[in-house]
Design a protein around this ligand. Structure first.
Ligand SMILES: Cc1ncc(COP(=O)(O)O)c(C=O)c1O
Length: 444
């Protein structure tokens, strides 16, 4: 096989769709927030982190210590079925995760590969819980009347159940059969350039709560049951849409009063991306089940003891939620090391202050140039909005020309997903490159 990077990509295209970035990553030479590209023999500043999944940059020295390399070697030489065959590396990983990542009050864990499957298993947890609450404990009891209430502009994945609740771009879910579950308004906060709320968000929340009320009433009138309310505490793919704590509290109240579980999808927002272990901790409203993935490497859910209100719940009864591998051991030991590094280097505080710095920098560029608005975010999760939306496409293209990889978000926003350990110098370089792109926008 050739080593020529252009030829390698060409050959790849003979066997699969190659519609991603026109780069060939050099994993040895990439470092920190910089991706080394073999095609152009240059470095790209990583403001996308593999879609918010790669938390501490490339070739972190903490990964290269001899003991760690031994652990990686051991974990990769055998692929055990973790759900049923337990080894010490698994035990150490779960203990570290429970100690440093799981919030108090969530005694149940489940591991699986892939974010969509994590969300799907949160939904299964809710279906099983609600069915049992309704007295249906025989496995042939009918359950087609159970529903998941979810939000407009939600993205929860592209597998099985999750396609029925994902509704960003139609190409992701169109032409696949789906369930017709209640979908309601998402009352997003908009910010001015001082960081104050600039829209009538209370009115938006009233509208959303009215639609939720109506969805419960409709379900009841049809003899159907809402098993769960599912929401991303900040919608990522749908537009970096933030919600007020007041709204999350309203969801908590609905879930408690109507006997539904409150499910948070933190696949994109979780695991210190916001500067706290979980995004919901900024809003202060605890859910019943959280699905996670991406930065955690291995995906899964954690659940509160509310699931114990029914006998034989999915964390007690064998085989109700399961998969052969129960997550991947290599991902687990990588997650454990990442978590140790996050704690050792206090990356939660670091990314909080870097995030504030980048947001302030973007706001001052926006004030001076009027190129974009609604700069928002927490920690590594930052976005800003263009009007007209076409200028967003131009900004992402201009950034790529300046060797920055950034992502679109929703219809009109750019989103950054920064490494948790990005240096202040690299963050300043990112701001410089954004500023240098503004004159290139035809609509600025
Ligand atoms: C909020 C959210 N949920 C679920 C998913 C699906 O994760 P995966 O692509 O790993 O299946 C994503 C992926 O972007 C996501 O952002």
């Amino acid at each position: 096989m050739t080593h020529d990077p252009n030829q390698l990509l060409k050959d790849l295209g003979r066997h699969q769709l190659v519609d991603g970035y026109p780069l060939l990553v050099d994993l040895d030479r990439s470092h920190g927030s910089w991706i080394h590209d073999r095609i152009h023999d240059c470095e790209f500043l990583d403001a996308f982190t593999c879609f918010a999944s790669w938390p501490i940059g490339y070739n972190h020295p903490g990964f290269l210590e001899p003991e760690m390399l031994e652990t990686f070697k051991r974990a990769s030489l055998s692929k055990v079925s973790n759900s049923d065959l337990y080894c010490e590396d698994l035990c150490r990983f779960v203990d570290t995760f429970a100690q440093h990542a799981t919030p108090d009050g969530f005694p149940h864990h489940f591991w699986v590969s892939g974010g969509a499957l994590a969300v799907e298993n949160a939904m299964k947890t809710a279906f099983d819980w609600k069915a049992r609450k309704l007295g249906r404990t025989n496995f042939d009891d009918p359950v087609e009347d159970l529903l998941i209430l979810h939000f407009r502009e939600a993205f929860h994945g592209r597998s099985g159940y999750t396609m029925s609740v994902t509704n960003t771009l139609p190409d992701k879910v169109g032409l696949y059969p789906k369930f017709d579950w209640p979908r309601v308004h998402n009352p997003t906060v908009h910010y001015d350039l001082d960081g104050n709320i600039s829209n009538e968000v209370a009115a938006e929340e009233t509208r959303a709560c009215g639609e939720i009320e109506a969805a419960f009433a409709k379900a009841e009138s049809e003899g159907r049951h809402i098993a769960a309310i599912l929401i991303e505490p900040m919608q990522g793919e749908g537009g970096d849409n933030h919600f007020r704590p007041e709204f999350m509290q309203a969801l908590r109240n609905f879930a408690d009063e109507r006997e539904a579980l409150l499910l948070y999808d933190e696949v994109q927002t979780g695991f210190f991306g916001s500067g706290k272990p979980w995004f919901w901790q900024h809003q202060g409203v605890a859910p019943d089940v959280v699905s996670f993935g991406k930065k955690t490497q291995v995906c899964g859910i954690y659940a509160s003891s509310r699931v114990e209100e029914v006998e034989d719940h999915v964390f007690a009864r064998s085989s109700r939620i399961n998969s052969t591998w129960g997550g991947n051991l290599v991902d687990m030991v990588r997650c454990q090391r990442i978590l140790e590094i996050i704690v050792e280097e206090n990356l939660a505080d670091h990314i909080t202050s870097i995030g504030d710095h980048v947001i302030q920098g973007l706001r001052s560029i926006a004030r001076e140039t009027e190129a974009f608005t609604n700069v928002r975010g927490r920690g590594s999760l930052i976005a800003f909005t263009f009007n007209p939306a076409e200028a967003r496409r131009e900004m992402i293209a201009a950034l790529f020309d300046r060797r920055v990889i950034a992502l679109p978000s929703g219809e009109d926003s750019v989103r950054f997903r920064l490494p948790l350990n990005i240096t202040k110098d690299d963050a300043d370089e990112l701001l410089n490159r954004v500023e240098s792109c503004v004159p290139l926008l035809t609509r600025a």
